[in-house]
Write a protein that binds this ligand. Structure first.
Ligand SMILES: *Cc1c(COP(=O)(O)O)cnc(C)c1O
Length: 385
């Protein structure tokens, strides 16, 4: 099969170390070498999420949405009240999951592409007194970055647990679970880490684990029960307990991808995102693309751009995919046909990849200046890196 360059907001191109790890020899899920490798993943996830070393970090066998569902299922019992902050598709997904779990759901909404009104969150929290507040850090459907530390302060004021969707942020941008008062956070292996899809790296605070162990009712989904995960991921008095057959190859690949992220360092990764995004935007603006989200609330890892008037969205993306082997993503729901969402997570945020996109767009649109402006806007240092 041909290589296709994925410049989508997930999945992202695989990190070479993740690809190599997929070839490692098979082991059983109760093998001592697997446990030793898992222990390193646990420690690395504490560093990645900045947990302060407390609580449980582990991998769930499923994608980011399983991470989302597991948090809600563990932290909520039927008829518990939850306040969800939503300004996009993933906020709405949380609300639907919480509804299905039998929680009493309140939602503070903002229109797609706009920021959350913190005064509204605060007054809803005072009124509802939720057991849990849940928010999305970077809304992939619109490219909006939500005020996670500030919502954390509101959660603290009303004594609520706090769950954060870190899918587009952790591993690429600063994420301070402990300092921001977060009790549960999750991501998906195929987003900022550039590992294959199939695992959800998650983190529970000590306070979250205490709340789970004093539940009145068992967690409704057996597979995601955090206490079951604890038995497998941490040695108890009788050692480690079988829970389910973990996908060992995906553990290797995701473990290596996490290592690569920590070795590069989050400041260097954030810088890579900012440089490439700024240069791509500078070039695309010259032919009429405009940012969809105002600068103050723009998510660095998903660049949403409004299409120039008259641009044939489906045609251009078809040509990119079929003639140039480049995949990019359009809008979702009400933004379909109006915006593109360019991914800058993990291995997508490389100058050579975005240069390839601009060369292809130059050809399709008959605008040869595109890569020239990109090169000029990109500091020489970034190209050499
Ligand atoms: C991709 C994504 C998810 C869901 O992840 P899947 O791996 O597709 O299940 C959840 N939240 C956000 C913000 C995402 O971008």
């Amino acid at each position: 099969m041909e290589q296709v360059l994925l410049l989508t907001p997930g999945p992202t191109p695989l990190h070479p170390r993740a690809v190599a790890a997929l070839q490692w020899p098979m082991r059983g899920h109760m093998d001592p070498e697997v446990f030793a490798y898992n222990d390193r993943i646990v420690a690395d996830l504490h560093t990645l999420y900045q947990t302060g070393g407390e609580g449980l970090t582990c991998l769930l066998s499923g994608t980011g949405s399983l991470g989302m569902e597991a948090g809600l299922a563990n932290l909520l019992e039927p008829s518990d009240s939850v306040l969800i902050i939503s300004n996009g598709v993933f906020g709405e997904r949380m609300a639907e999951m919480a509804q299905r779990l039998g929680a009493r759901v309140s939602v503070v909404r903002a229109p797609f592409g706009l920021g959350i009104d913190l005064a509204e969150v605060s007054s809803a929290a005072e009124r509802v007194r939720p057991k849990l507040i849940a928010a999305v850090h970077g809304e992939t459907s619109t490219g909006v970055l939500n005020p996670i530390p500030e919502i954390g302060e509101i959660a603290r004021e009303v004594g609520a647990l706090y769950s954060v969707d870190a899918v587009t942020t952790v591993g690429m941008l600063e994420f301070k679970m402990q300092a921001w008062g977060i009790d549960y956070a999750y991501t998906g292996s195929q987003k900022c880490l550039s590992a294959p899809p199939g695992l959800a790296p998650v983190a529970y605070s000590a306070r979250a684990l205490a709340a789970i162990s004093t539940r009145k009712t068992p967690v409704v989904t057996w597979y995601s029960d955090a206490l079951g995960m604890l038995g497998y991921w941490e040695p108890g008095q009788q050692g480690r307990k079988y829970h389910h057959t973990v996908p060992v190859q995906l553990h290797w690949a995701t473990g290596e991808a996490i290592r690569a992220a920590l070795e590069e360092g989050i400041p260097a990764r954030s810088e890579r995102v900012r440089t490439v995004a700024a240069a791509a935007l500078a070039a695309m603006r010259t032919v009429g693309f405009e940012p969809f989200v105002s600068e103050a609330i723009r998510l660095p890892t998903v660049l949403a751009v409004r299409l120039p008037p008259g641009l044939d969205d489906a045609h251009v993306r078809h040509r990119l995919r079929h003639d140039h082997f480049i995949s990019i993503t359009g809008g979702l729901g009400e933004t379909a046909g109006k915006i593109w969402r360019l991914g800058l997570m993990g291995e997508t945020a490389r100058p050579e990849h975005y240069r390839a996109l601009l060369v292809a767009l130059a050809e399709i649109l008959g605008e040869p200046r595109l890569p020239v402006v990109f090169d000029q806007a990109l500091p020489t240092a970034a190209l050499a890196a």
